[in-house]
Design a protein around this ligand. Structure first.
Ligand code: KG4
Ligand code: ZN
Length: 333
C-alpha cells in the first residue's frame, strides 16, 4: 500500500491505497471548517496547530497496516507553509520509522488524479481546476506532462465564493453556503461578467466580488438584508462567476480539440458549474470526467493516488531533499 498524507490547507487527511488494484483501503479526513468559520477564513497558525493534533490521531488508526506500507506520499506543494510542514514532518518520520521511500506530491496534480481514484489514469486530458487557491485550465498530454492554458489574475473561483459568503455572514467555507442560498434565488440583480470584451485567456474574480460588495452596501442602506435578498445576490453572483468560467473555457474548446475533459478541485462540487461544463462537453463531443463529490475537496486519497504513479516510476525523494513550496507554477502551453 501507499500511505497518502494531506495537510496543505485546513484539512488533515490520511489514506491507504492498494498499489496494484487501486482500492482505497482507508481514507479519513479531519476538517477544520468549524474552527476557522468564526474568523471567516483560514487562520494559518490555527490550521498548523490543528494539523499537529489531528494527524497523529489518524496515523494511530492505520497502525495495524504499518507492515503493508511500501511508501509514504505527502503533499509538499503548493499550500500554506505552516500547514504543509505538519504533513511533511509526519511523512518524514514515518518514512524513517517504517524504512520506506518518501514521495513528494504536488497538491494540484493530486486533484487531477482525483478523477482516477480507483482506476488507471487516461491521458491526454483537458482540466478545469477550481479550488480555494487556484483557477486554472490545464492541458495534460499523453505522458502526463501538464501545461497551463489559463489562470486567474487575482482571486480564485472558490475564494470569491468564500469572500461573498463572508460579506453575507454565511460562514466559512462559503462555496457550499452560497450555492445553497443561490438555489432559492430569483433573477433580480445583474452583475457584469468579468473580462467579457477582453480577448485574454485569463480569469479575474475581484471585480465581481466588488460588484457584490457595492450591491450589499446599497441594500443595507434600506435596513437589514432579508433571506431573499441574500439568495438573490448569491444567485446573481454564482451565475456571473460560472458564466465567466464558461466564456473563457468555450474559447479554449474552440481553439483546441480535447479528447476528454476533467473538472477538479473543491469548487468543482458546484452543480451549476458542473452542468454548464457538461453541456459544453456534449456540444464539442468530448468525454467528461467528474470527481466524485466526496473527493472534490482536499483529501489524502488523491495524494496517495498521485503518489502511486510516482512509486511505479520510482520517483522517490531523499529525506533532506523533500522541500516545501508554498507556490508552484506550471509551464505555459
Ligand atoms: O480544493 P479545496 O478543498 O481547497 C483548496 O485546495 O483550495 O477547495 C476549497 C474551495 C473553497 O474556496 C470552497 O468555498 C470551494 O472550494 N467550494 C465551492 C463549493 N464547494 C466548495 N465553491 C463553489 N461551490 C461549491 N459547491
Ligand atoms: Zn485543493
Amino acid at each position: 500500500m501507499i500511505l497518502g498524507i494531506e495537510s496543505s490547507c485546513d484539512d488533515s487527511s490520511v489514506a491507504l491505497l492498494d498499489i496494484k488494484n487501486l482500492k482505497l483501503i482507508y481514507h479519513k479526513k479531519i476538517s477544520q471548517d468549524e474552527e476557522h468559520s468564526k474568523f471567516g477564513g483560514v487562520v494559518p497558525e490555527l490550521a498548523a496547530r490543528l494539523h499537529t493534533a489531528a494527524l497523529p490521531r489518524l496515523i494511530e488508526e492505520i497502525k495495524p497496516n504499518f507492515n503493508d506500507i511500501k511508501a509514504v506520499a505527502v503533499t509538499n506543494e503548493p499550500g500554506l507553509t505552516v500547514s504543509l510542514v505538519g504533513g511533511v514532518s509526519m511523512a518524514k518520520a514515518l518514512s524513517v520509522g517504517l524504512n520506506v521511500p518518501l514521495i513528494g506530491v504536488n497538491h494540484l496534480i493530486g486533484h487531477i488524479y482525483s478523477l482516477f481514484l480507483e482506476s488507471e489514469a487516461r491521458f491526454p486530458l483537458g482540466v478545469m481546476l477550481v479550488s480555494g487557491g487556484h483557477t486554472m485550465i490545464l492541458n495534460v498530454d499523453e505522458r502526463g506532462e501538464i501545461r497551463l492554458i489559463a489562470s486567474t489574475m487575482d482571486d480564485s473561483f472558490g475564494e470569491s465564493f468564500d469572500k461573498v459568503a463572508k460579506m453575507l455572514d454565511l460562514g466559512y467555507p462559503g462555496g457550499v453556503e452560497v450555492e445553497k442560498a443561490a438555489k432559492k434565488g430569483h433573477d433580480r440583480f445583474k452583475f457584469t461578467v468579468p473580462l467579457m470584451n477582453d480577448s485574454r485567456l485569463a480569469y479575474s474574480f475581484s471585480g465581481l466580488k466588488n460588484q457584490v460588495r457595492v450591491e450589499i452596501e446599497r441594500l443595507k442602506e434600506g435596513g437589514n438584508l432579508s433571506e431573499q435578498d441574500i439568495s438573490d445576490i448569491c444567485f446573481a453572483f454564482e451565475n456571473a462567476a460560472c458564466k465567466h468560467i464558461m466564456n473563457k473555457l468555450e474559447k479554449v474548446f474552440n481553439e483546441r480539440k480535447f479528447k476528454r475533459f476533467g473538472v477538479v478541485g473543491g469548487a468543482s462540487a458546484n452543480l451549476n458549474l458542473r452542468s454548464r461544463i457538461e453541456k459544453l462537453c456534449a456540444k464539442f463531443e468530448c468525454e467528461l470526467l467528474l470527481t466524485p463529490l466526496k473527493f472534490c475537496s482536499d483529501n489524502a486519497a488523491m495524494i496517495a493516488r498521485a503518489g502511486r504513479e510516482k512509486y511505479l516510476k520510482k520517483e522517490f525523494v531523499k529525506f533532506n531533499d523533500l522541500k516545501i513550496n508554498p507556490r508552484v507554477k506550471f509551464d505555459e502551453a
